[in-house]
Design a protein around this ligand. Structure first.
Ligand SMILES: CC[C@H](C(=O)O)C(=O)SCCNC(=O)CCNC(=O)[C@H](O)C(C)(C)COP(=O)(O)OP(=O)(O)OC[C@H]1O[C@@H](n2cnc3c(N)ncnc32)[C@H](O)[C@@H]1OP(=O)(O)O
Ligand SMILES: [Co+2]
Length: 138
């Protein structure tokens, strides 16, 4: 685990929350991205070495919709930057963590991602992120 890549925050209204977090952080979101496979619309804010990811549901069966329905708005997950998501998934499985997806999946912000079940991490949904390197950036 290299560093905290982002903190994911579940919100009901992405526009309103972007205005709020722009005031809070003093910077605008640097990226807005819809990820249909996760049923979310996201906004990313850079905060030094890490980021804030705001997530709003775009589908009723979205994990974010379910989270907000049960628990309201708030911190949804912590994402860690990893160099080799395949190796980390194998390592964590051997350590007894429940990896929620068999293969990494395409996330937002040009990342491969996977998740660990919160039951095995003291109630914190953990995400692993590996940057997808393009030919130009190695
Ligand atoms: C667009 C990609 C973006 C990126 O960064 O690239 C993202 O971050 S996408 C983020 C949204 N996608 C996901 O969260 C996918 C992974 N999540 C899941 O598979 C589910 O949400 C899961 C398994 C965590 C929970 O599933 P579900 O809601 O169907 O089950 P329950 O509600 O019964 O929850 C089971 C148990 O877990 C607790 N729980 C649920 N969500 C969270 C959470 N975010 N943090 C901590 N704990 C959570 C829930 O309270 C239940 O515990 P219990 O003690 O039984 O009440
Ligand atoms: Co995330």
């Amino acid at each position: 685990m290299n560093k905290i890549e982002h903190i994911g925050i579940a919100v009901k209204d992405l526009g309103l929350s972007c205005e709020l977090y722009e005031k809070l952080l003093g910077v605008p979101a640097y990226k807005h991205e819809q990820v249909a496979s996760e049923g979310v619309s996201t906004a990313f804010f850079k905060t030094g070495e890490s980021k804030i990811e705001l997530l709003a549901a775009t589908a009723d069966n979205s994990a974010i919709a379910s989270f907000i329905e049960k628990r309201g708005e708030g911190i949804h997950h912590i994402a860690f930057d990893v160099s080799d998501i395949y190796a980390e998934m194998e390592r964590l499985k051997k350590e007894g963590f429940t990896v929620l997806n068999q293969e990494p999946k395409l996330g937002a912000d040009n990342k491969l991602i996977c998740f660990l079940h919160p039951k095995g991490t003291n109630g914190v949904l953990v995400e692993l992120c590996q940057e997808i390197k393009s030919a130009s950036n190695g």
